[in-house]
Design a protein around this ligand. Structure first.
Ligand SMILES: [Zn+2]
Length: 118
């Protein structure tokens, strides 16, 4: 079992009951996998690599396949009208959902109160 923080994210790695050589992985309280193949140290390395990539490419709003708030450090983002994390300084999101729904992707999350836009 590992409970630690990396670049502002809370990480938790637990044994997967009944599945040898697998672990359950969590970031900021959100389950990522119920049965990730590998041990605690390998899972922690995987998280660190992903997080390093997310931050190196610009953080919230810049990673189309990681457009959920739990991937980012609390306090470093706001949510846009589509519910994606973006930088508070006027950022937008490049995920496919935001490209389809630009009305919910105005800079800086200024349409936070718009919900259910399709
Ligand atoms: Zn988005």
């Amino acid at each position: 079992m590992i409970r630690t923080t990396y670049r502002g994210r809370a990480l938790k790695i637990l044994a997967a009951r009944g599945k040898p050589r697998h672990v359950r992985t969590f970031i900021n309280g959100q389950v990522i996998s119920h049965a990730w193949q590998g041990d605690d140290a390998q899972a922690l390395d995987w998280f660190r690599q992903i997080i390093d990539k997310l931050d190196a490419s610009g953080g919230p709003g810049h990673n189309p396949y990681y457009a959920q708030a739990h991937w980012y450090a609390p306090g470093t983002y706001v949510l846009n009208g589509n519910g994606c994390p973006v930088t508070p300084d006027g950022g937008t999101c490049i995920c496919s959902g935001c490209l389809r729904r630009p009305e919910g992707n105005l800079p800086g999350g200024s349409l936070n109160d718009v919900t259910g836009v399709r």
